[in-house]
Design a protein around this ligand. Structure first.
Ligand SMILES: Nc1nc2c(c(=O)[nH]1)N(C=O)[C@@H](CNc1ccc(C(=O)N[C@@H](CCC(=O)O)C(=O)O)cc1)CN2
Ligand SMILES: Nc1nc2c(ncn2[C@@H]2O[C@H](COP(=O)(O)OP(=O)(O)OP(=O)(O)O)[C@@H](O)[C@H]2O)c(=O)[nH]1
Ligand SMILES: [Mg+2]
Length: 459
């Protein structure tokens, strides 16, 4: 347990109905007694997890705000320490005043993520669970939220613990063989260890494979709409958003700067960017816009390349098609509603082999649902996760799994090459440690600092 008591405003700074100042540590109750005047003077006697009405007062006894105070007694709290939460009115001034009073009574301002860090260090959450808290806060779709909540509830951790448990079993088996070397035993033990190691490796590889999908639900995918001026890029953005976000006119060069929005496509957060039409231009402003378009193409996970079916393929279109290179892209033949179609699907397909080509009308909304299907197919590769698979969503977890997989592969090679079994066990032990980095059973202080520093204040 820690000596010091930490405090922070746990709600966003702005105008809100209620705002919360959170206090955790051995002095939390003493501090609250100094600044909270309750009707029931003996409020701590009511016991843990109760809510009290009263006023926050300053040193002179002047009322600062009317408040509700929740009292949660260690060890059955979020941090496993005494916690007091002051629910005052949700404005910047009352919240800051209350926080100042709390700090004036001896609490220290909490660092970002410090409440959750204490929850981890005091053993209420493992590291993967603690990390999921920030993913819950930052979730952009229901599917992303569901994934993070399942991680908070220990779904991933249980899977990792079971892998670690199996590894420990292997290590024990190896040790027995090394300690009591009898004729023939080594051979049969090696064969058995081989089988189990291969199983474990394939389980870990399964998790690594799923990490692609997990990342998509957690972070979303970055999509950029490109094409020549006037082909209907901004119209497409508006149609996908179902709102008039970007300016649409018949004048080529309408969009000058990039416009960014977030869209929810079947649970996948799609960060979508409308860009300035690509063309050679002397206009200084437009030139910068075109440069920004090229920049965002470089950063995109997926490209929606729009062509104007009413005008037919131009030289400009061909060079844009060339410029997408190996990037995942979908080609959209827009304005399918016009009387005379001047574009040929076959020709486009031969210019961009491998990219799906779809007919749409951004103006009338035709083909949009097919477009959404195609996007989901392309990013998930047809592997939409079933609800009971454990998904790894963070890069840190994926990297730890990759390290574990490579040590396990080393161990398997070692057995194959008839290396001494105590050498093999070194690799197995490393794999066990790598897995432990995920749940935090084998993590370093430095790693913890990095993880929690990324959290918000008050969490
Ligand atoms: N006001 C408020 N709302 C909040 C939180 C909070 O800390 N304060 N949370 C926090 O981020 C989340 C809820 N998570 C919580 C997790 C554990 C405990 C807790 O007191 N756990 C005890 C006892 C539970 C029980 O009564 O069984 C424990 O685990 O021992 C409270 C909140 C979201 N909403
Ligand atoms: N008939 C028809 N017209 C469309 C369609 N989509 C867009 N347009 C028209 O095409 C013109 C250009 O549309 P925008 O969405 O501004 O095109 P843009 O590609 O964003 O153009 P820039 O921003 O200049 O690069 C407008 O007059 C739109 O009304 C469509 O599906 N059918
Ligand atoms: Mg535009």
């Amino acid at each position: 347990m820690y000596e010091d008591t930490i405090a922070a405003i746990a709600t966003p700074l702005g105008e809100g109905g209620i705002g919360i100042v959170r206090v955790s540590g051995p002095e939390a109750v003493e501090i609250a007694k100094l600044i909270f005047r309750a009707k029931n003077k003996n409020w701590t006697a009511a016991g843990s997890h109760h809510l009290f009405y009263g006023h926050i007062v300053d040193r002179e006894g002047v009322v600062v705000d009317e408040a509700l105070l929740s009292y949660m007694q260690a060890p059955y709290t979020y941090t496993r320490e005494d916690i007091v939460e002051i629910n005052c009115h949700g404005g910047i001034v009352p919240l800051r005043r209350v926080l100042e009073l709390v700090l004036g009574c001896g609490a220290r301002l909490a660092e970002p993520g410090e409440f959750s860090k204490r929850a981890f260090l005091n053993g209420r959450l493992d590291l993967a669970q603690a990390e999921s808290v920030i993913d819950i806060i930052r979730a952009r779709t229901d599917a992303g939220l569901k994934l993070a909540v399942s991680q908070l509830r220990g779904e991933l951790s249980r899977h990792i613990f079971s892998l670690q448990h199996k590894l420990l079993g292997l290590l024990a088996q190896l040790e027995a063989v090394v300690d009591f070397p009898e004729e023939g035993l080594e051979e049969s033990a090696a064969a058995e260890i081989m089988v189990i190691s291969k199983d474990l490796l394939s389980e870990i590889e399964q998790l690594i494979k799923g990490a692609e999908t997990g990342k998509i639900y957690r972070e979303g995918i970055s999509t950029v709409i490109i094409g020549r001026p006037n082909v209907g890029k901004s119209s497409l953005l508006n149609a996908m958003l179902r709102e008039d976000r970007a300016i649409v006119t018949e004048i080529p060069g309408t969009t000058r700067d990039i416009i960014e929005e977030i869209l929810n496509i079947r649970g996948i957060p799609l960060k979508i960017i409308d860009t300035a039409g690509l063309r050679e231009t002397e206009d200084e402003v437009e030139k910068i816009g075109v440069a920004r378009t090229r920049d965002s193409i470089g950063r995109a996970d997926l490209i929606l390349l729009v062509l104007d079916a009413a005008r037919g393929l131009a030289g400009g279109d061909r060079s844009i098609i060339e410029s997408i290179g190996e990037k995942k892209s979908i080609i959209l033949l827009n304005k399918v509603d016009v009387a005379e179609i001047k574009i040929e699907q076959g020709e486009v397909e031969s210019l961009a082999p491998g990219s799906p080509v779809l007919w749409i009308s951004a103006e009338q909304g035709t083909g949009l649902s097919e477009l959404e299907d195609t996007i989901v197919d392309m990013v998930l590769g047809g592997r939409a996760p079933s609800s009971d698979t454990v998904l790894v969503a963070s890069l840190r977890h994926k990297q730890a799994l990759e390290k574990a997989a490579s040590h396990l592969a080393e161990a398997i090679n070692g057995i194959h090459g008839k290396l001494p079994l105590d050498m093999v066990s070194i690799d197995l032990r490393s794999a066990w440690e790598n897995l432990g980095e995920i749940t935090g059973s084998t993590s370093t202080e430095d790693l913890l600092d990095r993880i929690f520093a990324d959290f918000c204040i008050g969490k």
